[in-house]
Design a protein around this ligand. Structure first.
Ligand code: HPA
Length: 262
């Protein structure tokens, strides 16, 4: 059973050089995930890989069935998720081509199915630290070992999309403390927590956010930067897997403890 799940975003629909051992189609109580899960092997470790927007990239961020995607991974036996995504850079150090391991989240999404606990069971998970400290540590170590520069923290603000932001929105987000802006970290991160699955992000800065960039933002630019970062991301992921401890000692595994009402 794969214990590690990999969700990849725009520009990454497969991992080059990796053989798909099998494909798993799962239908969940919440509907269909974005695609079949690909079971691959990295360094003799089984990984369940899922292209977030479908292999033909036909599911926009606000339409992704996040609940089905995360539930499907749980059904496969996944205990840890690494989520790769494209983001726009807001703060100074977040330049195109940079790779960030976020440590905080601000949720600006709306209208997404964002919980497994829609009643009658009422659960409030702790989300003080939205990302798993153990996987973040493994990712940062992987950066050091491979010599790939990673930015070791930052607040990811998640917008609903699919449109990009206005200049004033980005100015406001900057004041709120956001470092990067993307459209998919939420509710992925909190849904994983609700199932006691560890979750960490690898965010590639594909462009300067609106108004920080002097030019018009384009999807072409996003995909181009993502593509040119793929080799680096693959190296970090392969190395990271070696450094994920086999036994979980992080708080994520006990997320549901004392979180239920009544
Ligand atoms: N805004 C929101 N999402 C994004 C961006 C952006 O500038 N770039 C890549 N994903």
């Amino acid at each position: 059973m794969p214990e590690i799940g990999l969700i990849a975003g725009s520009g990454i629909y497969e991992i080059p050089g990796l053989v798909i051992k099998k494909k798993k189609r799962i239908v969940t109580p919440f509907g269909k995930p974005s695609d079949d899960y690909r079971i691959v092997e990295i360094n003799d470790v089984e990984i369940a890989f899922l292209p977030r927007h479908g292999s033909a990239h036909n599911i926009p961020p606000h339409r992704v069935n996040y609940r089905a995607n995360i539930w499907g991974l749980k059904e496969l036996g996944v205990k840890r998720i690494i989520s790769v995504s494209a983001v726009g850079g807001i703060s100074k150090e977040m330049k195109p081509g940079g790779i960030v391991i976020p440590d905080q989240v601000i949720d600006m999404t709306g209208g997404r199915n964002s919980t497994f606990y829609d009643g009658p069971e009422v659960v409030h998970i702790d989300f003080t630290e939205p990302y798993c400290p153990e996987i973040r540590k493994a990712l940062i170590k992987a950066g050091k070992k491979t010599g790939i520069v990673l930015i070791k923290g930052g607040a990811y603000i998640c917008t609903n999309g699919p449109r990009l932001e206005s200049k004033a929105e980005i100015m406001a987000y900057k004041i709120m403390g956001a470092d990067v802006v993307g459209m998919t970290a939420m509710p992925e991160a909190s849904l994983a927590r609700e199932l006691e699955i560890c979750f960490a992000g690898v965010s590639v800065v594909t462009n300067y956010a609106a108004g920080i960039s002097r030019t018009k933002l384009t999807t072409t630019e996003v995909l181009k930067t993502m593509k040119s970062s793929t080799a680096k991301i693959n190296m970090v992921l392969k190395e990271c897997i070696i450094h994920i401890p086999s036994k979980r000692k992080c708080p994520c595994k006990d997320a549901l403890k004392d979180s239920r009402m009544g």
